[in-house]
Each structure stands twice: as structure tokens, then as C-alpha cells.
Design a protein around this ligand. Structure first.
Ligand code: 48F
Length: 254
């Protein structure tokens, strides 16, 4: 069989446009493909919801790829060990109550779990605004290709609708800041300095619906709450993603 370049191009354009159209109205939009977003997306997909994960970079994984200072290892504490097990991420005990995993395996297994759960990935797309109409509820995301944002081209965005959105954009807390900037009743306090114990122990209480239709998780939750940062310990990210999934499922009565 002769390979047909036109058929190959048609296959890519046709199937991806179909997916984009399908996800114009999704149940859950998870913004950010770091550890917390991936965990939330995987668990929500497993519940049968239509979940789109929008990631501005080419690769999924956020700050997990780099481990600590580019040493590709992450540390997870006892409380989140069960999530390493749930996602089949190999880990070895270190000292008392710490477990070490390879960052490449951790990102890959979380991503694979999200794929298996039917999560649809939209990478190289940046969320630049949110849609909030008269009912005061976030109902969609305003998106554009990341290269448009990077090059500063004057190109108008498109909009994707969702029943609920998860801000998993990490330290920047992008969605929360957008809502705050445009007058929504949200205050992003900004994250504090490094204090792993406090940051990890409080992240679950900061993981919540901060505005109708908007749940924050991971470092975005800590940034909104003015909480400390924690560096390359990742248990809180997994637990926060799990908690966000519970809140979203409850809100959507799944
Ligand atoms: O930063 P990130 O990994 O967020 P996280 O899940 O985890 C934080 C940890 O990696 C680490 C830490 C904990 O130990 O402190 O930093 O909270 O992933 C956030 C993702 O969101 C994407 C960004 O590229 C990254 O992959 N992102 C950020 N802004 C946007 C976005 C945007 N406007 N649109 C789409 N994606």
C-alpha cells in the first residue's frame, strides 16, 4: 500500500476537530496537566464524566517531570502512599514515612490512568479568560493556541463550555486570578515561602469550590489561600487532586 499524505492529514484534522466539537460542552474542564490536575481528571473520568484536560505546554506533567532541581525523583509521604499504589507507581521507602518514586514514571502512570479513564487531552492550548454570565456561575473557558499567546499575535480566541472547571494551573492560579481580576468574589492571596509540613497538611482544606463552577486544587489552591509552598514533596498534590475530584463529582451528583 502506498502511503497517502493527504489521507494522513485528513485523519489528524478530521478526528481532532470531531473531539474539539464534542468537548465544546463537557462536564469537567481540568486546566493544567500537573500532578493535581492529572489525578483529578483520572478519577473524574473513571466516574463516567466527560473530562477535558487543557494544558498550555506541549507536554503533560507540569512541575512533576523535573523532580527536585532536575533530579528526576519525587518524595511522597505516608498519607498519600495509597495513591501511589492506586496508580501503580513504583516506590521505595526512605527513612520514616517517606516514599521515593521516579518522576518520569509518576507522570507517565498518572497520564496513562487519565487516558484509560477516557480523559481527552487538549495540549498547546492556553486558557486566557473565563465565561461568567448573568447567573454568576463559571460556565466556560476562553482558549487560544499557546503559540498565539507566546508570539503575541492578535488572534481572537474560542470558547469551550463546561459544567464545572478545575483550576490546576499550579503556582499561577490562573483561573482564580482571572475571576478576581474581573470582579468575581475571589481573593488570590499568593503563596508563602517554603514550609513543606504546613503546606502539605493544609492543602486539602484549601481545595474547594471558590466560586460557583470553579474548584481549585494543587498549588493553585495554596496560592489562593495564601498558604506556603512545599517543594518536591508531592503527596499533597495527589491528595488535593483526589479531593477536587470528590467535590466535583458531588457538585455534579455523580
Ligand atoms: O505546576 P503544576 O505541576 O501544578 P500542580 O498540579 O503541582 C505543583 C507541583 O508540580 C510543584 C509543587 C508541589 O510539590 O510545588 O510545583 O499544582 O502544573 C500546572 C500546569 O498548568 C499549566 C502549566 O503549563 C502546568 O503544566 N497551565 C498553567 N497556566 C495555564 C496552564 C493556562 N493558562 N492554560 C492551560 N494550562
Amino acid at each position: 500500500m502506498d502511503l497517502d499524505e493527504i489521507a494522513i492529514s485528513r485523519a489528524i484534522i478530521g478526528t481532532q476537530m470531531e473531539k474539539l466539537l464534542e468537548f465544546m460542552e463537557m462536564d469537567v474542564a481540568v486546566v493544567g496537566g500537573g500532578p493535581s490536575g492529572l489525578t483529578a481528571a483520572a478519577l473524574l473520568g473513571k466516574k463516567g464524566l466527560s473530562v477535558g484536560l487543557i494544558e498550555k505546554k506541549l507536554s503533560i506533567g507540569g512541575g512533576m517531570w523535573g523532580g527536585g532541581m532536575m533530579l528526576p525523583r519525587i518524595v511522597v509521604q505516608e498519607q498519600a502512599k495509597r495513591l501511589l499504589e492506586q496508580f501503580d507507581i513504583a516506590h521505595t521507602p526512605y527513612g520514616s514515612g517517606y516514599y521515593v518514586a521516579g518522576s518520569v514514571e509518576a507522570v507517565s502512570k498518572l497520564t496513562a490512568a487519565a487516558c484509560d479513564a477516557g480523559v481527552e487531552f487538549f495540549n498547546l492550548i492556553s486558557v486566557e479568560d473565563v465565561m461568567i454570565r448573568g447567573d454568576g456561575r463559571l460556565s466556560g473557558l476562553v482558549v487560544n493556541w499557546s503559540p498565539v499567546e507566546m508570539t503575541g499575535l492578535h488572534v481572537d480566541p474560542l470558547t469551550m463550555g463546561c459544567r464545572i472547571a478545575v483550576d490546576a494551573t499550579g503556582h499561577d492560579a490562573v483561573l482564580a486570578r482571572l475571576v478576581e481580576k474581573k470582579g468575581g468574589d475571589v481573593k488570590v492571596q499568593g503563596e508563602g515561602f517554603m514550609w513543606a509540613d504546613r503546606a502539605e497538611s493544609r492543602i486539602i482544606s484549601h481545595t474547594k469550590e471558590i466560586y460557583p463552577g470553579l474548584v481549585v486544587c494543587g498549588m493553585a489552591a495554596n496560592a489562593v489561600a495564601g498558604e506556603h509552598r512545599m517543594g518536591p514533596i508531592f503527596g499533597g498534590m495527589l491528595l488535593s487532586g483526589e479531593h477536587a475530584a470528590k467535590l466535583v463529582a458531588r457538585a455534579l451528583k455523580q
